[in-house]
Every structure is written in C-alpha cells, then in structure tokens.
Design a binder for this molecule. Structure first.
Ligand code: PDD
Length: 286
C-alpha cells in the first residue's frame, strides 16, 4: 500500500511527494528531524519530541513552521491517513529551497521545507531482539561537535552502523577520548555497582527523549542513576548494558566488542525499565 506523505502542508501519495534539488536539506544536510513512535495509533512522548524539535531549529536559526498544537494535528492526520497502528512518524524541517546552491544562508523569510511520513512496524513493542539483546562494537566518534542538535547529517552514524554489522554486531557505540558517547542512533547505558550509568547531557550527545523518560522512571522506582562518563573497559566489566531510543525503547545489550556481559542474556534492570517505560508511555500517549 502506498503511503500518504506530508509535504509543505499537502498530503500526497508517496510517488508524488517530492522536494526541489535545490533544497538546503538535500544539498547541505541543512535540516533537522524527529522520530515519534506510535503504539496503538497513539503518539509516544510527543511533547518531548516537539520541545527538542523547537530547540534544534532554534540552534540553527531556522523558523519553527508550526506551534505544538498544529504539529500534533499534523501527526494525527498522517497517522489516520495511513491507518498507522504501530510504527513511527518521521518529520524533517529544512532551511528550504533558495532556488540555487550557496554556502550563505538564504534570507530568513524563505519558508522552511516540511516533510513527514509514516513507517509501519507492526508489533513494534514486541521486538524479539528485546529477548536476546544486542551485541555492540565500538568505533571512534568522529561526528561534529553539536550532536545535541538533531540534524539530518547522518552519514557517519550510517557508516558506523554498516561497520558494526560487518563485524557481526547489531550497532556501534561511539567512543571519544576513551569514553563512550552514545550509539549510532540511541543513548548508551551500563549498570555497574547497582547504578545505572549514562553520559551526562552536553553538546557531545543527543538529548534523548526516551533517555529523559527512562531516567525519570528509574529514579521514581528508587534505582540509582549516575550521569557520568564511562570507558569501554568499564562497560565490558559491567553487570548489564542497554540503549534507549524512540524506536527501540529500552533495548538490552549483552555483548560489547566480544565481551559477554553477565550470563549473556538481557539484564534484570534493562528488562524492568523496558516494561516500565512501555507501560508509562502507552498511558501518556496522545
Ligand atoms: N535516533 N542519540 C542519537 C545519535 C540518536 O540519533 C537518537 C535517536 C537518540 C535517542 O533519542 P530519542 O530517545 O529521542 O529517540 C540518541 C532516532 C530514533 C533515529 O534517528 O531514528
């Protein structure tokens, strides 16, 4: 079934949904994106994703084309048009189409380009990988230094994902100055000495919306959370590890660069957090 895609206010069959070759998103990766998960036709952590979208756009000086209420309407419209039950809504906003290529930004009045589409993933919350866990490989983090802005410059994360797969891993954890930053498209955690350890927020990592929810829920469940750097060696010696993202929720990690964690099965805390997160986010879905 062909999808209905949103392009600048119009709902179009996907084969008619196009943007200009002069679009700044295409030529310069000059744009930002968000991914909101959908379970049972409802949007998870919606407000968090829209708050981060506004921040990403603000950091790049791109005008936010819609207020939160309008974004919600547009998301709901696309979910309904595509009869989406479980999956994701992807949205991208670029600096627009100046009609030519130039390093200098176009005038502020140029309207941004907005594209939104759905990705259907039936049974998204019942991903069998959650029962076995991911293997991760580490790779150097050579991305730019504003990883807190959710830009569409995803070439290196994409290359790292491919390299990880070539090495028999499910994903790569990126490492800078000896410390893990995050996964290619997720935040990284270990459980050691009874504490959940994850890198603190800065320009070095994306401020994950799932991260914020999971850390809040962990603290509410009286779990200890330490926001600090950790090394690959500390991770390999940890009791558990996991990642979080809008599309994977909480995904246990059972192996890091060939070192097995615990008994090689998903850890207790990771499994518990996945349950709590899914339960809570279904309750607050809109
Ligand atoms: N990726 N870190 C990076 C580099 C990411 O790309 C993502 C999200 C996250 C987790 O953020 P959140 O919990 O808000 O999804 C962390 C999305 C899912 C993607 O690119 O598809």
């Amino acid at each position: 079934m062909s999808r209905i895609v949103h392009v600048n206010g119009a709902l179009l069959p996907e084969d008619q949904a196009t943007v200009s070759v002069f679009d700044r998103g295409f030529l310069m990766a000059d744009g930002v994106y968000e991914v909101v998960s959908v379970l049972g036709g409802k949007l998870l952590d919606f407000q968090g994703h829209m708050t981060r979208l506004a921040r990403s756009l603000g950091e790049l000086g791109i005008a936010n084309p819609h207020d939160e209420a309008t974004w919600l309407e547009l998301h709901r419209q696309l979910v309904a048009e595509n009869a989406l039950e479980d999956g994701m809504v992807y949205l991208q906003v670029t600096r627009g189409n100046p009609g030519d290529r130039d390093f200098a930004f176009p005038p502020k009045e140029l309207p941004p380009t907005v594209v939104m589409f759905t990705q259907s993933k039936p049974g998204l919350a019942d991903n069998p990988a959650a029962h076995t866990g991911w293997k991760v490989c580490t790779l150097p983090d050579i991305r730019w230094h504003r990883r807190d802005i959710k830009t569409v410059q995803l070439l290196y994360p994409s290359m790292a994902k491919m390299e990880a797969k070539a090495r028999g891993c499910d994903d790569a954890w990126l490492v800078e100055d000896g410390f893990v930053t995050e996964g290619t498209s997720n935040n990284a955690y270990i459980v050691t000495g009874g504490a959940i350890v994850t890198r603190a927020l800065s320009h070095d990592i994306l401020h994950g919306i799932t991260r914020a929810a999971v850390l809040r829920l962990a603290r509410e469940a009286q779990m200890t959370v330490e926001e600090r750097n950790f090394t690959v060696a500390e991770a390999q010696a940890a009791d558990e590890a996991f990642i979080t993202s809008a599309s994977a929720f909480v995904m246990p990690v059972v192996e890091i660069d060939g070192a097995t964690l615990g008994d090689g099965t998903p850890g207790k805390l990771a499994r518990r957090l996945r349950e709590i997160y899914l339960e809570e986010s279904r309750k607050t879905a809109v």
